[in-house]
Write a protein that binds this ligand. Structure first.
Ligand SMILES: *Cc1c(COP(=O)(O)O)cnc(C)c1O
Length: 392
């Protein structure tokens, strides 16, 4: 749809945009402007004159518009793990008499780790209840304070039914947090229609904001002024430059800010978001389904030893597909060596992201051919594909 807007190395079929989006060509120019014309020329005046201080909410509105969030309900900052912590702390405060946080074992570990850390710090007898993804609905009971789920499973791409689970939870007074890490920029999302209280997500995956790009947090507009921020940093204060000794939260979504925003990352993200101008999420979604269906049928036809580990029904998965693969690490290394970049997730999954902005059906056919050759000729057995790097 927009391949010419991205810088993708020659000979590479990039199927890992679900982990780190590629570089939009508009980003280097924008970064250079921010560095030279703003930081270099304006120095500290950039905070006012270049609008740096408003970037977290301005970009929050840009991302919010893609996700059905009202203006003024999304702010950028920190990393997703931090935003999970903030959302969970705020959600628990909205349900102070209950002691259970419900999540599932398909969640990304960092979300569960952050929850464990927060509950330990609170030391008020909370329990983190982690169940199978398909058992979540039946575990939504009236002792649950917060339902905290990642919408799309980072490994299999399995997608939760956001509307149904949110409704079931809210009928029993459970506060809901959705992690949209693998949803934002991948599938249509309408937070307003879902009615959920909180959402969080990152911007370096399908939104192509670059390594370390800031995360976002959404709070349902009617709740924002009731939130008592757990991470009460000065830029979430009502008057940061009054330097009062006591904390008073800012009005509105600004209270979910913590400290100094990463301006260079935000400038990169701002330029990266231009790619989305004029993109219909419904069209993107149908293209993504067409690509993933084509890939699955090609792989099943040509690689009989691989087993689909994602839901077969495309309506039940997001924009990535995984296969169970013995020696998956080495197979993925061989694939990358031959120009098809996906990734490996322990213990035995090879994972591929489908990003119609810069992948087309020709790329998919080529990727299938290369994978088929690696499997048929056992190219993965080469010693150089066996050594694991720190990041898989
Ligand atoms: C990618 C991802 C993260 C990563 O968190 P960071 O703090 O940005 O490193 C967390 N949660 C989920 C669900 C993810 O997919």
């Amino acid at each position: 749809m927009k391949k010419d807007l991205f810088q993708i190395p020659d000979g590479v079929i990039y199927m890992d945009g679900n982990s780190l989006g590629p570089l939009p060509k508009s980003v280097p120019t924008r970064l250079s402007q921010t560095v030279h014309d703003e930081w270099g020329a304006m120095l500290i005046k950039g905070w006012n004159d270049a609008g740096w201080m408003d970037m977290p909410t301005r970009l929050g509105d840009r991302i919010g518009a893609m996700l059905g969030c009202a203006n003024g309900s999304v702010v950028l900052g920190d990393t997703l793990s931090i935003k999970v912590y903030q959302a969970l702390a705020a959600a628990l405060n909205l349900n102070p008499d209950r002691r259970v946080v419900l999540s599932d074992n398909g969640n990304f570990p960092s979300d569960l780790y952050m929850a464990q850390g927060l509950l330990n710090t609170l030391n008020r007898g909370h329990e983190l209840r982690v169940v199978d993804p398909d058992k979540v609905l039946e575990h939504i009971t009236s002792d649950v304070a917060v339902l905290m789920l990642t919408h799309i499973d980072y490994r299999s791409g399995r997608m939760h039914d956001m509307l149904a689970l949110t409704k079931a939870a809210q009928d029993l007074g459970v506060v809901v947090i959705w992690d949209l890490a693998h949803s934002a920029g991948a599938v249509p999302v309408d937070m307003g229609a879902s009615g959920a209280e909180f959402a969080v997500g990152c911007t370096y995956k399908y939104l192509n904001g670059g390594p370390g790009a800031p995360a976002f947090i959404y709070v349902r507009p009617d709740l924002i002024d009731r939130i008592d921020p757990s991470l009460s940093g000065w830029l979430g204060h009502d008057a940061p430059f009054a330097f009062e000794l006591g904390y008073r939260p800012a009005g509105g979504i600004d209270r979910m800010r913590v400290g100094t925003p990463p301006i260079l990352q935000m400038a990169a993200l701002d330029a990266a978001l231009d790619v989305w101008d004029g993109v219909s999420m419904d069209e993107l979604r149908s293209n993504s389904i067409a690509l993933s269906e084509r890939f699955i049928s090609g792989v099943e036809q040509h690689c009989p030893t691989l087993t689909l580990a994602s839901p077969r029904d495309p309506q039940l998965r997001g924009s990535q597909v995984s296969f169970q693969c013995e020696n998956g690490y080495a197979v993925m290394q061989a694939l990358i060596h031959h120009g098809v970049v996906g990734d490996f997730r322990a213990p035995d999954l090879i994972r591929f992201g489908f990003t119609p902005l810069y992948l087309d059906s020709g790329d998919i056919d080529q990727a299938v051919d290369i994978l088929a050759r690696i499997m048929r000729d056992n190219l993965w057995q080469d010693a150089k594909f066996q050594t694991r790097s720190a990041v898989t």
